[in-house]
Design a protein around this ligand. Structure first.
Ligand code: CMC
Length: 445
């Protein structure tokens, strides 16, 4: 759901007569209710007083997929989907992508402020010194088939981390949370890279503490016989920016999984495994993989109109288009498109870019997409960059999961410290049978 912000002059009541309430008349009973409004929002629990009979449960809100229900208050990420605005802790995504680094942005997302020089040094030290994983994790990885999807391996191994760090269960201890944060941010790239190397049958490459966060990740993925791996600076910076763009996105499917699972007070590794699983789906972080598969299926620029036709009849989705929140160009997609050309300058032009550009051109002019306000989202161009950098498509969602870990932890911690939060437990509208009597098998028709 979109970030909601109360306007200073919301409501039409003249100054002085304005009441921040909502009046409801229940036409079933003729009774009237006045419900408080705060931040353009009512508390659906206030509806529970609306009853026909005293014995009724009371009125609820019905909102499948939470399209208009705020499940929390948050100070982390602001999105205005109509205007195409994304900000972390008040800083615009454009400015962070230009001036910040992923570790600095992760710190900002987690702790609310840009770090001082000393804080950044300390933060970099800790996330760099928590990159190693227990040697036993390698044994789990060895158990996977050579063609196991790296997201499956990542979900399993991050869940397994909880068995190595029982202190992580101490979730209300700030020191423990800080330690698990260092470990999660530090180890996710190692787990991801080891999964990749396993799929190639290549030996694992251990972290190199002299490299940057993104540079070390490239080292663990691609180093072969070099004594010391030196990442290409353009690719290193491109990956770092992509990490910044993916660091958080308020209450999306995987953050909601992180908060929901975390609300049972499980350790953060188990909750992160759940969030990673949510991200794996093709409608969420798995979309970048599907975009590439779609572009390969389309095959040539000439085939784009026929493909778009199939999309319009509902036979296909145009992957990488549309967003629950953005009804305008996704601001991240604009930055990604720019980075694509910088990466192509180093690695050569990805021929699929022409098919992508043609899809975008046709879609942005076509009534089907215009009326539904479907624009390219972040996933539309990232796959082209990842492919140009040499990643197989199955690694694409993994490249989303690594930076999103900072957002997940920030959302999890905010949920834990929010006095209003409890174990997540939605209601349902039961439409099934009333009480029935058991019928023995021999009497069933
Ligand atoms: N291609 C064709 N039609 C689409 C698409 C698309 N990619 N996305 C939405 N529509 C149509 C949809 O069929 C519906 O049409 P109608 O009103 O005639 O029934 C209308 O647009 C509204 O779509 P919706 O499914 O109600 O929108 P939603 O908010 O439930 O879904 C979405 C959002 C992202 C799941 C969806 O747009 C989609 O499936 N996109 C493709 C997958 C994708 O690119 N996902 C990545 C999202 S960005 C990364 C992330 O944050 O995870």
């Amino acid at each position: 759901m979109s970030s909601s912000k109360a306007g200073p002059a919301a409501g039409s009541a003249a100054a002085g007569t304005r009441r921040d309430t909502l009046s409801i008349t229940d036409n079933r009973t003729g009774r009237q209710y006045e419900i408080p409004v705060k931040n353009d929002t009512i508390r659906t629990n206030d509806l529970r007083q609306i009853k026909v009979q005293e014995s009724d449960f009371g009125m609820m809100g019905y909102d499948p997929a939470y399209t208009n229900t705020a499940s929390c208050t948050s100070k982390i990420t602001f999105i205005d989907g109509d205007k195409g605005i994304l900000r972390y802790r008040g800083y615009s995504i454009e400015e962070l992508a230009e001036k910040s680094t992923y570790p600095e942005t992760a710190y900002l997302i987690l702790y609310g402020e840009l770090p001082t020089r000393a804080q950044l040094k300390d933060w970099n030290y800790h996330i760099t010194h928590h990159t190693f994983i227990h040697e036993s994790i390698k044994k789990f990885l060895d158990g996977f088939h050579y063609d196991a999807h790296p997201m499956g391996m990542l979900i399993s191994t991050v869940a397994a981390l909880s068995t190595f760090y029982p202190d992580a269960k101490d979730i209300f201890n700030p020191e423990s949370r800080r330690k698990q944060t260092y470990r999660l941010i530090g180890k996710m790239p190692t787990l991801a890279a080891f999964s990749y190397r396993h799929s190639l049958g290549m030996p694992f490459v251990y972290p190199d503490n002299d490299l940057s966060y993104a540079g070390n990740f490239l080292n663990m993925l691609f180093r072969t016989t070099e004594l010391q791996y030196r990442p290409n600076p353009t690719l290193e910076r491109a990956l770092d920016i992509l990490f910044i763009l993916h660091a958080d996105h308020e209450q999306n499917c995987s953050s909601t999984a992180m908060r929901g699972v975390g609300s049972s007070h499980v350790d953060p590794y188990s909750a992160t495994a759940a969030a990673t699983a949510a991200l794996y789906g093709p409608l969420h972080g798995g979309a970048n993989e599907q975009v590439l598969r779609m572009l390969m299926e389309i095959g040539s620029v000439n085939n784009v109109p026929a493909y778009v036709k199939r999309v319009k009849t509902g036979e296909k989705l145009l992957m990488g288009f549309g967003h629950r929140v953005y009804k305008n160009y996704d601001p991240r997609a604009r930055i990604v498109k720019h980075i694509a050309y910088e990466v192509f300058d180093v690695m050569g032009r990805n021929p699929l870019i022409d098919i992508a550009l043609e899809c975008e051109r046709i879609a942005l002019e076509d009534d089907y997409f215009v009326t539904r306000r479907l624009y390219p989202n972040v996933d539309f161009y990232t796959g082209l960059i990842y492919q140009a950098m040499g990643f197989p498509v199955t690694m694409f969602p993994v490249l989303f999961a690594i930076p999103r870990t900072s957002g997940w932890i920030a959302q999890w911690e905010e949920m834990l410290l929010d006095q209003e939060q409890k174990i997540a437990r939605p209601r349902q509208v039961y439409l099934g049978y009333d009480l029935r009597s058991y019928i023995p098998a021999e009497h069933r028709g």
